[in-house]
Design a protein around this ligand. Sequence first.
Ligand code: PMV
Length: 330
Amino acid sequence: MFKKSSPASVATAMAHPNIAFIKYWGNRDDELRLPANGSISMNLEGLTTRTTVRFDPKLKNDTLILNKKLQGGNALQRVSAFMDIVRQKANLKLFAEIVTENNFPAGSGLASSAAAFAALSLAATKAAGLNLSRQELSALARRGSGSACRSIPAGFVEWLPGSEDEDSYAISIAPPNHWELVDCIAVVETDHKSVGSTEGHRLAATSPIQAARVEDAPRRLDICRRAILQKDFDTLAQIVELDSNLMHAVMMTSSPPLFYWNPLSIDLMKRVQSWRNEGLPVCYTLDAGPNVHILCLNEALSELKFRLHQIPAIEQILICRPGGPATLLE
Ligand code: PMV
């Protein structure tokens, strides 16, 4: 299944983070990160993680350098556990030096694990002499961070939940140039989130409404997929906001409860809804943090930016168009 190509060496890859339109929250299998429901996302062009992996017989452990700083603790442990999966697939005993950089502002509070594990999957398997198909790469990236499987294919992407390790991967449903959607990210807080998503997924099933959210997911996925393919912004806007609210309702009703919004997040959600009522093609979605992703049609971008610049509490605004796939760099 996994084809060996060249001898172990060094490789560099890059990947973009993605924003989920239909969210992944909760696993059927935490160890394998098999999701409770399917999800749909868009890769974020402009935000990039670039990672080099070098296997070295002289190393006694894996080493991880993130944005020029040597890492230890949980970050290293998580990456090293992932490298064990790669070593097992390649039947390789060597440790590796992993050097990774994000081009997005440090501490911008943006989830970086999707881009990180997508770039790492591609660089590590190449450096280990493996030649994985896109599907195999996506399934592997999922083991590092569920949403990372969606940063392997290009553009608009659907994660097919599957039932086991091999059939839980993401595919592209439309290329980046299919639709001129823009994600305008209003950064409202740059602190690290209190409870990370790995822990959050474990709590999802404690919410009495998670089962209803999961049961209804195929319907929301169908509506979202069709809205993307037909470039129907109004339908997309309704389903994206509903799905974000449902996920946050599950978060807020789990034990212990998780509240990721802050007052500015709520203020922005309300403004976005009233702007849409005025006719501006915009909608919001939030991940496991307070930053508000405002999706808009390209034609509305300058008006949206103008309105957001009037709100001084917003720390930063990042503009992302649909992004390409994870790519090997020479
Ligand atoms: O891949 P993880 O474990 O960081 O989970 C991602 C969870 C959300 O960002 C909140 C939703 C999603 O589908 O991306």
